[in-house]
Design a binder for this molecule. Structure first.
Ligand code: KIV
Length: 311
């Protein structure tokens, strides 16, 4: 499905850009933002009219089974990013810079951000505020759109004392605001606030010109991000963040399908007659002569009529 007001011509979705996102904000339209790590998810989310896709380093956990986000490499992230970008015709795609891809130097930051753009992304995201401002400035000066990420920043979760809600005191909210202003000054176009009280997000948003997106940051932001595995019920593990609403139970559905398939194979119910390629009846005699197995005539008749209906 394409969204009529977003189409450039019959069947051609118009790509969402930074300017589109700014116009959404000006019109009070909130952006729908989800994570995607593969081609089919990108296609389905794009067809559903999701505005923004984050190729998140959460792929480390959701796709690769690591215990946290630190283990995923640039090489792995670029495979995910390329697949998502091939699937997203309309949505704005943000590539998430993994741990140590931007922290060491401005040069590393620009080279790795550029690699996401070459893979097809529209922007990159990096975690941190004032302390990564020089990296954000370098990336932005290279002509690359940068989204900041403040609040609960998983790459520094050890420093933060774990996956904890941030911005709970006035001083902490002020620090968030100062960090957001540092990102703005450095040339970022947006900031993502993760796991902060709704009041903190509203406070920051009132004081910056950036587009402000939230994940677990309440409703007073310019768009909502969720991890697609959380809303689809396909995350393997016990993490169930409070801010997530579940829209499907894919874990149960996928397990049910595999279970049924395994049962059918073991019981000989799969493959059935309709799954077999028919032989031409004229070759049956030579096949019999060669003592190859010949399918019983009832199944053969069924196959012949099936083959006929496919011609
Ligand atoms: O990697 C990711 O999905 C993220 C979100 C948790 C904000 O950075």
């Amino acid at each position: 499905m394409t969204i009529p007001s977003q189409t450039a011509g019959p069947g051609t979705p118009k790509k969402v850009t930074v300017a589109t996102l700014a116009s959404f904000k000006a019109r009070g339209r909130r952006a729908a933002f989800v994570t995607a790590y593969d081609y089919p998810t990108a296609v389905f989310a794009d067809r559903a009219g999701v505005d923004m896709l984050l190729v998140g380093d959460s792929a480390a956990m959701t796709m690769l089974g690591y215990p946290n986000t630190l283990g995923v490499s640039m090489t792995e992230m670029l495979v995910f990013a390329g697949a998502v970008c091939r699937g997203a015709k309309r949505a704005f795609v943000v590539g998430d810079m993994p741990f140590l891809s931007y922290q060491p130097s401005d040069e590393d930051a620009v080279r790795n951000a550029g690699a996401f753009l070459i893979a097809g992304c529209d922007a990159v995201k990096c975690e941190g505020g004032a302390r990564v401002a020089s990296r954000v400035r370098a990336i932005s000066d290279a002509g690359i759109a940068v989204m900041g990420h403040l609040g609960l920043t998983p790459q520094s979760q050890a420093q933060l004392g774990g996956y904890r809600v941030q911005g709970k005191t006035l001083a902490a909210v002020q620090r968030l605001t100062d960090d957001a202003l540092a990102l703005q000054e450095a040339g970022a176009f947006a900031v993502l606030l993760e796991a902060v009280p709704a009041e903190a997000a509203a406070y920051v948003r009132e004081r910056v010109e950036l587009l402000v997106y939230g994940i677990g940051a309440g409703p007073h932001v310019d768009g909502q991000l969720v991890i697609s595995h959380d809303i689809l019920g396909s995350f393997v593990g016990d993490i169930r963040p409070r801010f997530v609403r579940r829209y499907a139970d894919l874990d149960l559905e996928v397990e049910r399908a595999f279970h049924q398939y395994a049962d059918d194979v073991r019981a000989g119910r799969f493959p059935a007659a309709e799954h077999l390629y028919p032989i031409e009846p004229v070759h049956e005699a030579e096949i019999r002569a060669a003592r190859l197995p010949v399918i019983p005539s009832e199944a053969r008749n069924e196959l012949a009529s099936l083959a006929h209906s496919l011609v």
